[in-house]
Design a protein around this ligand. Structure first.
Ligand code: PLP
Ligand code: COI
Length: 344
């Protein structure tokens, strides 16, 4: 496979136009078969509910090239399932798993020359999108929908690049409320966070860290990633909350920590101020973020430092990162059955 003439090592997490995107349409209760399109533009009716009332959701997953040239998807069926749950919450038609997975496979296969080669450190980010379209004015579900899968080669999400240490600042703003939409991947969960991220960045942090909306006491998650924390006694803790996105990366990291590192796992409310002194290593995790060690968190007007005075990657996060990436790139026996090769 001839690859695009790109310096893969220079890629950040940016949009790059690739050759094809998959698009399927829903109308009168039915999905069509879908097709590959060459244009990156969409023509939308000005009344589209996606534009007015944010009746829209998305997903994110990655494809990586293995040493033998296979293109591996990481747990795509869980993205299909999460989009299913999001769609129900937003009164959108469910994209059948078969259609979701076919759209992902077709979009990746058609853009195989854009999948970064093995060893490049980059990956192909896959962005499935479901939007409510068509003529409308009142607050009601759309009568037509488009399911689209676009793909872009990407490098590291945070500017620090690779496995390097980031920082978070606790936000005064809330991301999601206890019975809201925080546990689904609605686009509407994100624009409120743009201002919170700006405020966090003014403090010198990479991203905002949200606490629970009711008491501003328990850790929820970062703007684009969940949080995992290691304690001194071989324990990994992670927030339990109905308002955070159930991260597929976190779920995988928990399994790796439990089954590969023999760690004890606790998914429970984490009282930031009461417990911060017991945190040894902290990390943000997600498809884009992978596993990004967090060296320090800003709250109550000061920085709180973790492993290595907030400057070094600790051994637990290093091991979790290594094992996760090795599985994703086919370098390690996939005992969990998480990777799926795209038929080329
Ligand atoms: N939390 C938020 C708010 C996110 O946007 C994401 C990214 O998808 C995650 C967590 C991580 O989820 P996943 O690991 O499934 O990508
Ligand atoms: C992902 O990690 O896939 C996401 O969707 C996060 C996004 C804010 C870039």
């Amino acid at each position: 496979m001839t690859k695009q003439p790109i310096d893969w090592s220079k890629l950040g997490f940016e949009y790059t136009k690739t050759d094809y995107r998959f698009s399927a349409k829903w109308e009168d209760g039915q999905w069509n078969d879908g097709e590959l399109l060459t244009s990156e533009y969409m023509t939308l009716h000005e009344g589209s509910p996606a534009l007015h009332y944010a009746q829209q959701c998305f997903e994110g997953l990655k494809a990586q090239t293995a040493e033998d040239g296979r293109i591996l998807l990481f747990r795509p069926e869980l993205n299909a399932e999460r989009m299913h749950n999001t769609s129900l919450r937003l009164s959108m038609p469910v994209v059948p798993h078969e259609l979701f997975l076919r759209g992902v496979h077709e979009a990746v296969r058609a853009n195989a020359s854009w999948v970064p080669p093995y060893g490049s450190g980059a990956s192909l980010y896959i962005r499935p999108l479901l939007i409510g379209v068509g003529s409308n004015m009142g607050l009601r579900p759309a009568k037509q929908y488009e399911f689209r899968v676009m793909v872009c080669p990407v490098g590291p999400y945070y500017k620090s690049g690779g496995l390097s240490v980031i920082s978070l600042a606790v936000s005064d703003f809330d991301r999601a409320s206890p019975h809201g939409t925080g546990d689904v991947k609605a686009g509407a969960n994100y624009p409120g966070g743009l201002y919170a991220t700006k405020k966090a960045q003014e403090l010198g942090a990479y991203e905002a860290l949200y606490l629970d909306a009711a008491e501003h006491r328990y850790i929820e998650e970062a703007g684009s990633a969940n949080v995992v924390i290691s304690l001194a006694n071989n324990t990994l803790i992670t927030p339990k909350s109905a308002a955070i996105l159930p991260s597929i990366t976190r779920r995988s990291i928990i399994d790796i920590a439990r089954h590969e590192l023999g760690m004890h796992i606790e998914e429970r409310p984490i009282d930031l101020r009461k417990e911060v002194d017991s945190f040894v290593e902290v990390a943000a995790c997600g498809t884009a973020a992978v596993l990004s060690p967090v060296g320090k968190i800003w709250f109550d007007n000061k920085w709180h430092y973790f492993y290595g005075n907030g400057e070094k990657v600790g051994p637990v996060m290093q091991s979790l990162y290594d094992i996760l990436c090795q599985i994703q790139k086919g370098e390690r026996l996939d005992r969990f059955g998480w990777t799926h090769a795209v038929k080329l």
